[in-house]
Design a protein around this ligand. Structure first.
Ligand code: CTP
Length: 450
């Protein structure tokens, strides 16, 4: 019996897939189809796959062509499969020509002509494309990253840009249309990504929602819990998606870390320490772009793991800050201590103070350690008293999580459902805004002498 094997994602099964499987089967007597797992696809940068693995397996099975279906989970698995299943022929579409010649050592490699004019990517792209307008301040670090990351997301396209700072060098060499006003941009798009200065976000998000546009807004989306709740209420009433743009929330490693904590791997969480510091070295501090309080720039990212793992009902919070020498209304360093009935958390934020920017989640059985800079996390460790039980975890992170965040946003918009809630709950977003508000009111704030 001649055994043939072929591999693919088989997302939104189409005629090209069926023809490929038929021809592969005709090369022998028995066909094995390897279907990529969702994790493996993410690892190899294929982030736009629409259907979960079970649905893709079901669709391939229903064609009745394969004799056996297996799941491809890791790089290098093909060699193992060929040996363990006793495969004679490896067949794959001609788009992979030459890439699998190394398998000739184990079996015969056949490249079959790809069917012209159809692909999963094309099907996904044809589905109503969401026109995204990017608005705010182009001088902000992440503004342009969102513009370019949109290019990796099927079903999204950047309609144009509106920047309050038209003089900024970042937008002079743009391929995208530059709008003169926010209103004009809103008219031309279905959804917006908002990254203006913190105090303008609420107003711009509100305007977008009232105009019937979905919004993905840089965090904090508002500077008080009340404003935040109002925005979510408008979004709900108008059946729109409003999403808080904290990219770390969408990274695979951070999500796996949360699941491990939830499943009791480190016991009961007693203490969290999250630090985010970066010196504004080389940057012109006289520039308005760097005149934010650390709680507005770093606060949301650092507060997120605290509220997600210990909850939003802290009983008290204390703020200790050091002010900027030249601008007494701006802080250069902020430490926050949260008290819970049976846990505590400490956050250090700094624009003019440097510290190790790591994340530690301490529990009754062990702790999780995420090295600096933890918010770009692709790696973490679970550590125990008995170090032989320690484990290390690594998950590929492309585009700093922005790509995964945009994919979730675009899917949420398309499916008109808050898929984002699985990553960043509304109550976490609200609590971030509320905690920033408390600080601005001066409650429990200690100012260090200079
Ligand atoms: N294939 C083909 N003809 C097409 C599309 C795919 O012969 N028009 C083949 C591929 O070469 C591969 C198999 O079908 O051997 C599974 O491909 P897969 O990557 O799942 O499908 P694509 O449509 O190429 O997906 P995408 O657009 O996401 O890359």
């Amino acid at each position: 019996m001649v055994k043939v094997i072929t591999y693919g994602t088989y997302d939104m099964l189409h005629y090209g897939h069926i023809r490929l499987m038929e021809r592969a089967k005709a090369l022998g007597d028995y066909l094995i189809v390897g279907i990529t797992s969702s994790d493996y696809d993410k690892y190899r940068g294929k982030i736009n796959v629409e259907q979960p693995l079970v649905e893709r397996i079901k669709a391939v099975k229903e064609t009745g062509i394969p004799d056996e279906i297996i799941v491809e989970e890791y790089e290098g698995q093909k060699i193992n499969d060929i040996i363990s299943y006793g495969v004679d022929i490896f067949a794959i579409g001609s788009d992979w020509k030459g890439k699998f010649d190394y398998l000739n050592e184990y079996c015969k490699v056949v490249y079959l002509d790809r069917t012209e004019g159809i692909s999963s990517s094309e099907i996904r792209t044809k589905e109503n494309k969401i026109r995204i307008g990017v608005a705010g301040d182009a001088a902000q670090e992440e503004f342009m990253k969102y513009v370019s990351e949109c290019g990796y997301v099927n079903g999204a396209e950047v309609t144009g840009i509106y920047s309050e700072e038209t003089a900024s060098p970042e937008i002079t060499n743009l391929d995208h249309k530059l709008f003169d006003s926010y209103d004009e941009l809103l008219e031309a798009c279905d959804a917006v990504y908002l990254a203006p200065r913190p105090e303008k976000r609420y107003e711009m998000a509100r305007k977008a929602l009232l105009a019937g546009k979905h919004a993905l807004c840089k965090s904090p989306i508002a500077l008080s819990g009340d404003q935040c709740r109002e925005l979510f209420k408008i979004a709900e009433d108008k059946h729109l998606i409003l999403m808080d743009a904290i990219k770390t929330a969408y990274s695979t490693a951070y999500n796996r870390l949360r699941l491990l904590v939830k499943s009791g791997k480190i016991g009961k969480v007693i203490s969290i320490s999250a630090n985010c510091t970066s010196l504004a070295e080389g940057k012109d501090i006289g520039d308005f772009r760097y005149q934010w309080n650390t709680i507005q720039s770093w606060g949301p990212i650092a507060m997120m793991p605290v509220f997600q793992m210990l909850g939003t009902d802290y009983t008290d919070v204390r703020y200790i800050c050091r002010k900027n020498e030249n601008r007494p209304n701006i802080d250069a360093f902020l430490e926050m201590d949260f008290l819970y009935p049976s846990a505590t958390a400490n956050i250090k934020l700094g624009n003019e103070v440097k510290s190790e920017s790591d994340l530690i989640v301490a529990g009754t059985k062990g702790y999780i350690y995420v090295p600096s800079p933890w918010w770009k996390t692709d790696y973490f460790e679970i550590r125990y008293e008995d170090t032989s039980k320690n484990s290390r975890f690594f998950y590929q992170l492309d585009g700093e999580g922005i790509r995964f965040e945009l994919v979730t946003f675009v899917r949420s918009v398309r499916e008109a459902a808050y898929l984002s809630d699985a990553h960043l709950e509304k109550k976490t977003t609200e609590c971030i805004s509320e905690t920033i508000h408390r600080y601005s009111e001066g409650k429990n704030v200690i100012v260090l002498e200079r």
